[in-house]
Ligand binder design. Sequence first.
Ligand code: SF4
Length: 344
Amino acid sequence: MSNKDVLLEVKDLEVSFHTYAGEVKSVRGVNFTVNKGEALAIVGESGCGKSVTAQTLMRLIPTPPGIIKNGEILFNGTTDITKISEKQMEKIRGSEMGMIFQDPMTSLNPTMTIGNQIAEGLIKHQNMSKKAARTRALEMLKMVGINNPESRLAQYPHELSGGMRQRIMIAIALACSPKLLIADEPTTALDVTIQAQIMELMKNLQEKTNAAIILITHDLGVVAEMAQRVIVMYAGEVVEQGNVEDIFYNPQHPYTWGLLRSVPRMDTEHGDELVPIPGTPPDLFAPPVGCPFAARCPYAMEVCLEKDPDHFTISSTQSAACWLLHPDAPKVENPVSAGGVKNV
Ligand code: SF4
């Protein structure tokens, strides 16, 4: 992949929150890239830093108490999101990046009509006339599958169902044809049938618009459906990344093994055993020395308690941070590729 294909590059990102109890180190040295037009999923248990990472990419973490302590977020090769003014950021947010949140009610304006909410960004960031923005708003409502779009333009968010509100959020996020769409657990608040419809819609729109997507989710079924690449986060760090096939067919990190065995997936059959990962993630007020997964890892060795593992390259598309990948480490059987979990 050449540099001209890279849309977003995150380098050594560290984000903390200062609280009365002390500093919570939510994101600890995260590195990844997103290529133009690709769908990247960030997965992990709650509190692993995936949502904070997503919000930091759009500079939406409240500061204070949040602070970007270190790192760069290069958008389009040159713009460092961590350094630009709020005014420049606002412009990027309205035109080049869009975000879809878990609960559309918290991000839609309850006092503004749907039509005005879609048109607002177009008038502000794309200098469209009111008339042109209205036409585009109507087009967007049709595109996201809202029926009676003409009459919906004059309605308010509370008059619509949860699924429809999420479609409106997608319409707002895509109205300005962003290069990057960040979706943070976009379907968690919806019932299962609507979830499938919204994911299908996002997939179709992504193919149509060629926008890159960062999808934050704990649902591995959604990952298999939507993403081309996957980042696995644990305790504020990236512990494994690879193509979707790498992660499902040949995962290398014990935490990824645990995740795959612990959550139901679309191919989980009745009677298949789900194995929860024992224990809880470490306290990010005082992250442990060594590998953050050591306290829960059945393969932990002495070195794991002393030194944070290096990132080992497995192939041109996959890497993982685990001492088991060191050439001198004892060989253990991969419980996932050995058939412990069925493949997608
Ligand atoms: Fe387990 Fe050690 Fe690998 Fe961490 S580095 S995941 S403790 S084997």
